[in-house]
Structures are given as structure tokens and as C-alpha cells.
Design a protein around this ligand. Structure first.
Ligand code: SF4
Length: 400
């Protein structure tokens, strides 16, 4: 018989850097509804896609580590809501690995929004295995390392009579790790060359952390009605570095690599966004004037019947891979920002607890693209399209 263990005599609220901190930065109210209630989101497209991409990349790496089949790998996707009609798929077919990951996600209530969302996710992991894995997998030394540490609870704007839930909070994250030993051994690897050119003078023993984003590369300056994702994601990586420094016997982290998987197989809307960001001068990676990629992008016209342009692998990798330098000053600034977010979340939760009111106590401040895909836009008090316009959103209408 298993005896119940006694709870800790104090509470340590736990926060995930992606599931909590980045989600709250995206929109406070959406975070409250998705992450702090027991109801799973009805159409968790971003959640499903992100976890699917992470899951397939992890399964692919573990298979490659054991068997090292040469790239590219086949991708024979199981049909939407059907069964595989390809009995001879090899174990490392991305359709087989994808089935395993989809089954795990389904068991926890996570399914793709629709057939297009699922097809896009398979297209992107296929591109990631073809274009990126041959360079990235030989560098990785640890996959899916779990990071966790506690920090003092920051000052919280609590309502009268309410106290923060504890003196400390726990931060968690999961990363892949590259060691400086792998880098030194592979100087001709294009990813190593990108790291060396962007952070010259790296020496000694250090580590680099890797995180995948099932998203496109954000603009370095947020356009109107958007959030500062570029900055938020840098803080996330730098806070991973702080977390890792709290583990015993680890090397200092000198850089993070963010991999924007959507850039390896961009969609029509990704390309429209890229063209707009180039015009507005708010993106850092764009094709050089007169280059084949420049002509591919600028002769392409958006439209249902238009085929997508063909870019060079070099351009796709440059767009997909972002190197974030890490040093003590950057880490200090990042963890201060993360503390601020935790303080805001705790404050919102305490005010909700004191009043019983959700929408009045969590900021409805999602960007335009977040609101477009939000399950709660029909009853949100401040969706992006109405915010600041002086108009109030129409009241929700019951179906039927
Ligand atoms: S509609 Fe927009 S502002 Fe409202 S909850 Fe959703 S993401 Fe947030």
C-alpha cells in the first residue's frame, strides 16, 4: 500500500517559460482561459503544432543517434482521419514518427485544428529534416534536457488582504544542448559557421542551447497591433541560460539557437508578411537585391493558384536560424523581465481571486494575428480589431 506523502508546508508556484511566460506575454486574458482553467482549448492549433514539431524532431534525433540513416528521410504521411495505406514504410519515415507523436498528443486531448494545419506541420518537419537535421543533429549532445530552478517571488500588486502564494516560484523549461566540443570538431558545418560569424571569439568550454519554434521569424520591431516577440524570445533563451547555470556541473551557456521551423517551408501568408516587413524595414534577414532569392520573392504573386517560390537552402536556413548571444548582463536583464511577468500573473490571479471576475483582471491585449486565431474573440472585451477604435465589440450571439 502506498502511503500518501505530506505536502510541502509552503507553496511554490510553478511557471513554464513557454507555457506560462510566453503565453501571458502573448495575451493575458487568453493565457488565463487556456492555461489556468482545466478546460483544454477547443482548437489548440498553436499548442498542437508546437508540440508536434518538438515531438517529431525529438523522435527523429533519437532514431538518428541510434541508427544514423542517411538524409533525406521519406515522409509518407498517414491520411487525415484515416489509416496508412503504405505498409512498407521504414521506421524513420516521418509519417511513422508523426503517427507516434500524434497518438501521444491525442491521448492528452490535443488534435490539429484541421487538415490544412496538420498538412502544414508535416510539410515543415519534412523540410526541417531535409534542410536542417543533417547540420544540426551531429552537433547535439543532449536532447530534451529539463531545466528547473526557483527564484524569489517578486513584489506583487496584491489586493488588500491577499498575499502572494509563496516566497519563491519555480521556473521550468526544456532545451536541447550543443557543447563547444561538438562545435570545435565541425568547423565546416554551416550552423557552426553562422555561430562563429555572429559571435566571434568564442573559446573555452561552453554550451549552446537550442529551441524550436513552430512559427515564422518575428520582425525585430513589432508592427502596430503586434507584440515584441523578437525580444520576448531572446529573454526566454537567456533565462534558459540562467536556469542551466543553476544545475550542478554545467558549462556556461554562451548562445542560444532559435529555430523558426515555418521559415523552412513558408506559406503564402508567411511570404506576404515577409514582403510587408521588408517594405517596412523591420526584418533582419531578407534576400540581397538582385540575388536569385530576391527575384524568386519579388516575381511571386500571392493567390490561391500561385505556386510558392523556390528559395536557396542558404536563404531558408538564414531565415530559420536565429543566434542569440548570451552573457551575464543579458541574463540579468532577461530574468528581471521574467520576474516582472511572474509578478503580473500573480497579481492578476490574486485580483481575480478577490473579485471572482476574470475579464476585468486579466489584460485582453493580444496582437491582431493572435486575436484572429483566438477561441475567445466572440466574447472578449477587447479584441485587437476594436481596441482603441472607440467601438465596442458586438455582444456574443447564442447559436441556433
Ligand atoms: S481575442 Fe485577442 S485580446 Fe481577446 S482574449 Fe483572444 S487574444 Fe486576447
Amino acid at each position: 500500500m502506498q502511503l500518501p506523502s505530506r505536502d510541502l508546508p509552503f507553496e511554490v508556484p510553478q511557471y513554464s517559460l513557454t507555457g506560462d511566460v510566453l503565453s501571458f506575454q502573448r495575451c493575458g486574458l487568453q493565457y488565463r482561459y487556456y492555461n489556468r482553467s482545466s478546460l483544454p482549448p477547443s482548437r489548440p492549433v498553436q499548442l498542437w503544432t508546437g508540440e508536434f514539431v518538438h515531438g517529431v524532431m525529438e523522435e527523429a534525433f533519437l532514431y538518428w543517434q541510434l541508427h544514423q540513416p542517411s538524409f533525406p528521410w521519406p515522409c509518407t504521411q498517414t491520411p487525415w482521419r484515416g489509416f496508412s495505406t503504405s505498409p512498407n514504410r521504414v521506421d524513420y519515415d516521418l509519417g511513422v514518427l508523426g503517427d507516434q507523436v500524434e497518438a501521444r498528443l491525442r491521448a492528452s486531448g490535443k488534435t490539429p485544428r484541421n487538415r490544412n494545419a496538420r498538412d502544414a506541420a508535416y510539410r515543415r518537419v519534412d523540410a526541417a529534416i531535409r534542410l536542417l537535421a543533417p547540420h544540426l543533429f551531429p552537433l547535439i549532445t543532449v536532447v530534451e534536457e529539463k531545466l528547473s530552478s526557483t527564484r524569489p517571488m517578486p513584489a506583487v500588486n496584491a489586493p488588500p488582504g491577499q498575499q502572494p502564494r509563496g516566497d519563491r516560484f519555480e521556473l521550468t523549461g526544456i532545451v536541447d544542448v550543443i557543447s563547444s566540443v561538438s562545435l570545435a570538431a565541425q568547423q565546416n558545418n554551416p550552423l557552426v559557421q553562422m555561430i562563429n560569424s555572429q559571435i566571434p571569439g568564442l573559446s573555452g568550454q561552453f554550451d549552446i542551447i537550442v529551441d524550436y519554434k513552430a512559427a515564422r521569424r518575428p520582425p525585430i520591431t513589432p508592427p502596430p497591433n503586434s507584440k515584441a516577440y523578437w525580444q520576448h524570445e531572446a529573454w526566454q533563451v537567456q533565462t534558459y541560460a540562467w536556469l542551466r547555470a543553476q544545475q550542478p556541473n554545467t558549462n556556461p551557456v554562451r548562445a542560444g539557437i532559435l529555430i523558426y521551423v515555418n521559415e523552412l517551408s513558408p506559406s503564402q501568408s508567411d511570404l506576404n508578411d515577409l514582403k510587408r516587413e521588408i517594405t517596412q524595414d523591420i526584418t533582419d534577414i531578407f534576400p540581397a537585391s538582385g540575388s536569385p532569392d530576391y527575384y524568386a520573392l519579388n516575381t511571386w504573386q500571392s493567390g490561391q493558384s500561385q505556386s510558392l517560390p523556390t528559395f536557396t537552402t542558404d536563404f531558408l536556413l538564414q531565415r530559420a536560424v536565429r543566434i542569440v548571444p548570451v552573457d551575464t548582463a543579458a541574463i540579468d536583464q532577461a530574468v528581471t523581465q521574467i520576474d516582472n511577468v511572474i509578478s503580473q500573473i500573480e497579481g492578476c490571479a490574486l485580483h481575480e481571486n478577490a473579485t471572482g471576475n476574470i475579464p476585468n483582471n486579466w489584460n485582453a491585449d493580444g496582437g491582431a494575428s493572435d486575436c484572429d486565431a483566438c477561441d475567445f474573440r466572440r466574447f472578449c472585451p477587447s479584441p485587437a480589431q476594436y481596441r482603441g477604435s472607440g467601438q465596442t465589440p458586438p455582444p456574443p450571439v447564442a447559436p441556433g
